[in-house]
Design a protein around this ligand. Structure first.
Ligand code: SF4
Length: 423
């Protein structure tokens, strides 16, 4: 918007041409006040760290064996956080896109705990048009708990199934069995909510037969949505100890890739279509609101120990020490522990690496938001990814090919790396 025309009189050294403002008023358009006031949508995340057991591959900070009184104290603190954050940031005027109870295992919370949190949220926010998801482990989703979720207005239930093969489940130190999983799925479906189940590829003991069994059984349940996560080995897991001691073998990367390829083929044949590179929904319907909204750059305020969120130019995380989290809130302080101010470049990279998870990256929206054509920033990488068969590129979008979907975050990482070199 700088006047770059050659005949511009101010290109010669001179004291003339004082810059009053930028961009020049010539570029300003008539503006409706409502446009300025339009409140950006907000997503809400609520974290519950409690679990029924410690799964062998899990690297999250979770808490097992808690007494009800300890959970009650945590929930009181969490509700205090919702109130305090609202007072501090004035969040309650913003339209709410989604609410997501994650963990940990939110379905392990007692009915009164779930109700207390939901009531507190409703005191501060209008959830009438929001997607409301609760995550759970199948063994904790009883018929009664499912009814409670329905009463609370939950309209999406996401169950961490991981495997439907009893041998694999046992090796993961989980309490589920195939029969318990199938029962929980029926309870979830009976609420009328959209039901997603997570599978995990690359678990200990997984063989083509067990993986194929899980994928086929998952499809037979007829759930609305199936998500496949790749198991990643972290040092703070039981798996890691056993692999290091040579008492456990995990499937190789090549095997895991072939498991995922099998799942992709089966999902396609069953008309489960991807809306992200790891979630597949019946006929492409029932797409999720929460994660896509965040990946497109919307804010998410997150409550609970170790919860992380985004507000405007800031990303932040609460204390991951649950005791400290509670003590801070009991002292009337917000438990935010660390954060990062997003520069303009951070925001661009974030929009690319998170946005491409949705398979389609809207290049016009990127240019409108950031003022750059993505191609002008990482054209060579885009060309290479296209030639290698990971993406197709049109004037308005980059789209992951089946190969790009199979390789998960690879495209995002490649483009993000190039952009990060501009720091
Ligand atoms: S239930 Fe989920 S969060 Fe809890 S230990 Fe197992 S994998 Fe981790």
């Amino acid at each position: 918007m700088i006047n770059t025309r050659k005949e511009n009189p101010y290109w010669e050294p001179s004291r003339k041409g004082f810059i009053t403002n930028y961009p020049n008023f010539l570029h300003w358009k008539k503006l409706d006040v409502d446009e300025m006031q339009s409140d950006r949508p907000l997503n809400l995340y609520v974290h519950s760290p409690f679990c029924a057991q410690r799964c062998s591959y899990c690297y999250y900070r979770t808490i097992t064996g808690s007494r009800k009184s300890e959970v009650d104290r945590y929930v009181d603190a969490l509700c205090r956080e919702i109130t305090l954050a609202n007072e501090r940031f004035g969040l309650n005027k913003r339209p709410i896109n989604s609410v997501y109870f994650g963990g940990g295992t939110p379905t392990l919370l007692a009915g009164d705990n779930l109700k207390q949190i939901t009531d507190t949220l409703r005191q501060h926010f209008n959830l009438d048009n929001a997607e409301f998801t609760v995550e759970g482990e199948p063994v904790t989703l009883t018929e009664k708990k499912a009814e409670i979720l329905k009463e609370l207005g939950v309209n999406r239930i996401s169950l961490g199934v991981q495997s439907l093969s009893d041998d694999i489940i046992k090796l993961s130190n989980r309490q589920d069995t195939e029969a318990k999983v199938l029962r929980a799925i029926e309870f979830a479906k009976s609420t009328g909510a959209v039901v997603n189940i997570d599978l995990m590829s690359g678990l200990a003991g997984e063989k083509p037969e067990t993986w194929e069994y899980s994928v086929n059984r998952a499809l037979e349940t007829g759930v609305h949505s199936i998500t496949v996560y790749k198991m990643e080995l972290y040092t703070n897991t039981q798996y890691f100890i056993e692999v290091r001691n040579d008492t456990l073998q995990l499937p190789s990367d090549e095997q895991e890739l072939s498991f995922m390829q099998y799942a992709l083929d089966k999902f396609e044949a069953a008309e489960y279509r991807p809306w992200s590179f790891f979630t597949f929904t019946k006929e492409g319907r029932y797409t999720h609101v929460h994660a896509p909204s965040i990946w497109r750059g919307d804010d998410c305020f997150s409550f609970g120990t170790s919860a992380f969120g985004r507000l405007g130019d800031w990303v932040y995380q609460n204390s991951n020490d649950a005791d400290k989290y509670i003590e801070m809130l009991e002292a009337g302080e917000l438990p935010i522990n660390r954060g990062h101010h997003l520069t303009a470049l951070d925001q661009m990279i974030r929009d690319v690496v998170l946005g491409i998870k949705l398979i389609h990256l809207d290049l016009s929206a990127f240019q409108k938001k950031h003022g750059f054509k993505l191609n002008s920033l990482c054209g060579a990488e885009i060309e290479t990814l296209k030639n290698d068969g990971y993406i197709t590129v049109s004037e308005n979008e980059i789209v992951l090919t089946p190969k790009g979907i199979l390789h998960g975050d690879y495209v995002g990482k490649s483009l993000g790396k190039r952009l990060a070199e501009m720091y």
